[in-house]
Design a protein around this ligand. Structure first.
Ligand code: SF4
Ligand code: SF4
Length: 211
């Protein structure tokens, strides 16, 4: 061993957008190939939004696929669950990966506030019936209960006067943060009739559940 410090790489983290499929698979493949050929550490997470609201550390790998399993365990601990990539059959690999899958009981659909745009008017907190937003001691409104947000409901983003509310999984550029400049709500861009009906239905179901 020499005294040289190994070169440090920044890690590439790729969101696979497992539920909304917004990452083109060609881009994903290309990124993985480029990272492997450049020697850049690369991690694919199934859904970055889910990581954002969980305490999971994405580096705590539950299953490692690598060569030389004894060496991997010697480096990372005897308990490391490791499959030998040079010996495992495709069937055993698929089976092992299938066994890791946990069916999603919550879709990570929730709003995030762009603080550079938010004007602290409180309309989001007034509007949402599910307690997703709250005014904090510093006077700023925050998303405090993301899991209470109703999947595919983007209603509060439409009433925000500063276009500060982002739903990363929305397909609408007006709502998913794709637009560099804020777009103020206009009479043509109000919550659609269908969305209002869906929102009212969700509120009704929520109240029934609370009774
Ligand atoms: S409605 Fe928009 S501008 Fe007003 S507090 Fe909520 S996020 Fe901020
Ligand atoms: S999308 Fe609907 S449920 Fe979610 S925070 Fe906004 S109003 Fe509340």
């Amino acid at each position: 061993m020499t005294g040289e410090t190994p070169k440090q790489y920044r890690k590439l983290v790729i969101c696979a957008c497992r539920l909304y499929h917004k990452i083109p698979s060609a881009v994903l493949d290309e990124a993985v190939k480029a990272a492997a050929s450049e020697g850049v550490p690369c991690e694919i997470v199934p859904d970055l939004c889910l990581e954002a609201v969980s305490d999971m550390n994405p580096c705590d790998a539950a299953l490692v696929l690598a060569c030389q399993t004894r060496a991997v365990r010697a480096m990372f601990g005897a308990e490391t669950d490791c499959l030998d990539a040079q010996k495992v059959s495709p069937e055993a690999l698929r089976e092992a990966i299938r066994a890791l899958a946990v069916p999603p009981d919550w879709v990570p659909w929730f709003p995030v506030i762009d603080e550079t745009r938010c004007v602290n008017c409180g309309k989001c907190a007034d509007f949402c019936m599910f307690g997703v937003y709250e005014k904090k001691n510093d006077g700023h409104f925050r998303v405090v209960h993301p899991a209470a947000c109703k999947t595919d409901c983007p209603a509060c983003a439409r009433i925000c006067p500063a276009n500060a509310i982002i739903f990363p999984k929305s397909r609408e550029d007006r709502l998913n943060g794709a637009l560099d400049e804020p777009v103020k709500p206009s009479p043509d861009d109000q919550t659609s009739f269908r969305e209002r009906l869906e929102y009212r239905k969700k509120v009704r179901l929520f109240r029934d559940k609370m009774r």
